[in-house]
Design a protein around this ligand. Structure first.
Ligand code: AMP
Length: 324
């Protein structure tokens, strides 16, 4: 009987379009790079994730908050890409989260100039009934307490919970962050954050420490130097595509996350082998994101552009060797 029920459940899992729930900021950003400067443009981790994942045609839902000043046009664009925004709260009379940053000449490091929390300050994420039963959960970089609140509101645990976070939360909300870590399957951080969280300089040692905190998979992003995937004793390295020009790295990490989870949800496969492919997909998407300011490139490219770039990745790492 048990195996029969499992068979039915599994058959449904194989055929159904998977639902992907994303939690993350939807924001205004102002960005300065050595190439130029923007006024207020659309940004936010949730925006980048949703746009990137939308190429993989899952049933997408987002939880976030904006103020009355946020353009309806961008919300319409999300809806047009089949992102359900019924869990995106619009706060009357309030202002959208605003972040401003300035990149150094190397484009690998940046200073945060302004963080105006505005609507994020007292954001209470509410999971609508229609969002229950999501198969995959992508927790974009946000206050750990809010990430935890969403996990706790879900009546059924998703098949995979992926979490992004940043050094800022390690500094001001480490205890909350550790609580979330106990509940997630995959953590994404950059190399500096992995070192900060683990207290280890060696990334291999850092991975061992972090995987004891909860996540069984760990992705360490190294910017233009690619990304590492750790799971038990296995390690996989994916390069970043060598680009002639990086115009604006804002949102590259979130776009990577969107491509990663979009591919996993589409293929319904949460194995280490498939995560290797997902990391390459994430890297390909991120390589587009950095070509223009903000999420502009995510709005311009097609699935065919992404596939062509994936082929470039295959060429990049493909080689034969005769061991003599
Ligand atoms: P990334 O370049 O991948 O680190 O992501 C940049 C995006 O994260 C920007 O569009 C910002 O709006 C958003 N962001 C920056 N700081 C925060 C924060 N403290 N909480 C939530 N989102 C943030």
């Amino acid at each position: 009987m048990v195996s029969f029920v499992y068979f039915i459940f599994d058959a449904e899992f194989q055929t159904k379009r998977m639902s992907l729930l994303t939690v993350g900021s939807v924001a205004f950003d102002a960005i300065e790079t050595p190439f130029g400067k923007t006024d207020k443009i659309i940004g936010g981790a949730g925006t980048y994730i949703a746009l990137a994942a939308s190429f993989y045609k899952n049933e997408q839902k987002i939880i976030s908050v904006v103020g009355e000043d946020f353009p309806q046009e961008m919300l319409d664009q999300l809806t047009a890409r089949n992102v359900d925004i019924s869990g995106l709260q619009i706060k009357k009379g309030e202002k959208t989260f605003f972040w401003s940053g300035k990149y150094h000449n190397d484009m690998n490091s940046r200073d945060t100039l302004i963080t105006d929390l505005n609507v994020l300050e007292d954001f209470n994420p509410i999971v609508p009934d229609s969002y229950q039963g999501a198969d995959f959960l992508m927790l974009g970089n946000l206050m750990p307490k809010l990430q935890l609140s969403v996990i706790n509101q879900l009546k059924k645990r998703p098949k995979l919970i992926v979490m992004d976070t940043m050094n800022f939360w390690m500094e001001i909300a480490l205890d909350d962050l550790k609580e979330v870590l106990k509940k997630v399957d995959v953590l994404m951080v950059n190399d500096g954050e992995a070192r900060q969280l683990s207290g280890e300089y060696s990334l291999v040692k850092a991975a061992k420490v972090i995987m004891k905190m909860g996540p069984t998979f760990l992705i360490i992003k190294k910017g233009e130097h690619g990304a590492l995937l750790f799971h038990e004793k296995d390690v996989f390295f994916a390069p970043a595509l060598p680009l002639e020009e990086v115009f604006d790295p804002t949102g590259a990490g979130d776009t990577f996350a969107g491509g990663f989870i979009g591919h996993i949800a589409k293929t319904k496969d949460i194995s280490f082998e498939n995560m290797k492919t997902a990391i390459i997909v994430g890297s390909a998407m991120a390589s587009f994101c950095v070509e223009k300011f903000g999420p502009q490139r995510m709005k311009e490219i097609t699935k065919a552009d992404i596939d062509a770039r994936l082929s470039e990745f295959v060429q990049l790492v493909n080689f034969d060797i005769d061991l003599v």
